[in-house]
Design a protein around this ligand. Structure first.
Ligand code: DGJ
Length: 515
């Protein structure tokens, strides 16, 4: 992610759904400051923005842009258009009340759903022209200043209530052939949807209908103002182990047709105007989190977590995503409207992470982009991890106290986490929580003996100020003797220079033993 020519790490905060209003924004800004975010993710409501067809009210958008500037934040705007969590709650009244003109999805049993049909040209045209108007307005007010850095097109798209639209018009499309552009991209034989996709035909048809629609909305918006665009995803969560089935039900347990794990290839093929498919993550299952990161971190898909829980795992999950090259990470529900945050307070486990990274967000983004950055995150039963860099290994041990001769004890809540980035052959930028970090020369594969050792030349605590490193003190003694020690509540960043020297004085080692 490059903003104004410089790498940018999104330390995001998404506000509650009904918070992009003049009456609630005063409760937004202090929360964003307290969590040390550099980017606000805020919704734009189609119903508010186009109360009458063709007549636009950008008051809320302008408040967001002006407020973000005043508070030194960038903005990611979330287009709550045709889809919001698999339903059509944010479409304007003139759309809601005219289902003949703006057709709804119909279930297999004929029920009219609270979802606009993605198989309708009229729906597409209405959404697209509103989004185009929004992008035109943003270009006019912000094209020179770049407060808004990215757009989310729709919100958790797909349909709740049916696996696909069963209206007569959609059925007719479903009976036809899968477009050859899609079969070619997915390397499948040609044929009807049922023939090509078998049991998954309905969901794949829904995905193709949804993604083609959104692609056209995004492409038309980009033609006005070419900001990066992404779609956030309601992922498919594991079904309970005791239930005798292996997959959640599309259209019931998640919106059918969204870019959930099994639909990524299809979405990538059919929505070139969407730059990122970004998983929302609302679970405390660590193994599942790692799976989701592995699934969405692809050469054709930058990793971005646009929404996540405020749980205790926040810090570890942030470090984990960063270690997999994430361009950004954002908790959901950050404002003081008495909604998501208990007592309208930002807990320390949320704010400490961004507080540490905000001053060096650009440097961290660059190091990550260059492949120089790694993270270690404590896992159950694994209190020590080794990170391999060019020539040097970093050994990260979790939990304190750390006693000589004992294995590190880990932490009770698995809060240990560290970031190590290689600045030069023997120079590293290091930080973390509940962790110590020490260095060893990397042992060549197959080598039996190590002939060199490593020493600290200098370990400076400090911070980056406008791109320049400023040292505040030198760490030594207890702060460095058993590794660089980053305790709970840490706010330190350390730049360490090492050097190597031979392990033995060869003349002594070879001296014949004396009686
Ligand atoms: C995911 C949605 O994208 C958000 O808008 C919000 O509804 C959250 N879920 C609520 O938990």
């Amino acid at each position: 992610m490059i903003v104004d020519g410089k790498p940018y790490l999104i330390l995001g905060a998404q506000i509650n759904n009904s918070s992009s209003w003049a009456s609630t924004l005063p409760q937004v800004w202090p929360a964003l400051e307290d969590i040390h975010a550099n980017t606000l993710e805020a919704p734009v409501y189609w119903e508010q923005m186009e109360p009458k067809q063709g007549s636009f009210d950008f008051a809320n958008v302008d408040l967001l842009v002006n407020g973000a500037r005043e508070h030194h934040l960038h903005l990611v705007l979330l287009w709550f258009g045709t889809w919001k969590n698999g339903q059509a709650h944010y479409v304007p009244e003139w759309v809601k009340t005219e289902p003949q003109k703006y057709p709804r999805e119909v279930s297999a049993y004929g029920k009219i759903l609270d979802v606009l049909s993605p198989n309708s040209g009229a729906n597409l045209e209405a959404d697209r022209s509103a989004f185009v108007a929004l992008m035109r307005h943003l270009k006019a007010i912000d094209g020179a200043q770049h407060t808004v850095i990215m757009m989310q097109v729709e919100n958790e798209s797909g349909s709740i209530g049916a696996v696909r639209d069963y209206s007569a018009a959609a059925n007719q499309q479903f009976e036809g052939e899968v477009p050859s552009s899609l079969t070619e991209a997915l390397h499948t034989p040609k044929g009807t949807w049922s023939k090509v996709f078998g049991a998954d035909a309905d969901e794949r048809f829904a995905a193709y209908s949804t993604t083609s629609y959104i692609n056209q909305v995004a492409a038309a918006g980009k033609a006005e103002y070419a900001l990066p665009m992404y779609c956030n995803v309601w992922v498919t969560y594991p079904v309970h182990a005791l239930e005798n089935r292996d997959h959640a039900s599309p259209g019931q347990e998640y919106p059918s047709g969204g870019a959930q794990q099994d639909n990524i290839n299809l979405w990538k093929a059919a929505a070139p105007a969407i730059d990122i498919l970004a998983p929302d993550f609302y679970s405390s299952d660590h193994a599942f989190y790692h799976q989701i990161i592995a699934t969405y971190d692809r050469p054709d898909n930058p990793l971005f977590i646009p929404e996540t829980l405020l749980s205790k795992d926040f810090g570890s999950n942030f470090f984990y995503a960063l270690g997999h090259g994430a361009i950004g990470f954002s908790p959901f529900g950050i404002d003081y409207t008495h909604w998501t945050l208990a007592d309208d307070k930002i807990p320390a486990h949320l704010s400490e992470n961004f507080a540490l990274f905000r001053p060096m967000a650009s440097e961290v983004a660059q190091l990550n982009f260059d492949g120089k950055l790694q993270t270690a995150v404590e896992q159950a039963g694994e209190t020590r991890q080794r990170l391999h860099f060019e020539g040097v290994d970093a050994i990260v041990s979790f939990g304190f106290p750390q006693r000589d001769g004992e294995q590190p004890r880990g932490t009770a809540d698995l809060s240990g986490r560290a970031m190590v980035a290689q600045l030069g052959t023997m120079e590293f930028l290091v930080t973390g929580f509940d962790a110590s970090v020490s260095f060893e020369l990397a042992t060549a594969p197959g080598a039996k003996l190590r002939n060199e050792q490593i020493e600290i030349l200098r370990a400076e605590e400090g911070q980056y100020v406008k791109g320049a490193w400023q040292s505040s003190r030198i760490w030594n003694g207890d702060q460095t003797d058993r590794g660089l020690n980053f305790h709970r509540g840490n706010t330190s960043v350390v730049r360490i220079r090492l050097h190597s020297l031979p392990l033995y004085d060869e003349s002594m080692r070879l001296r014949p033993q004396q009686n």
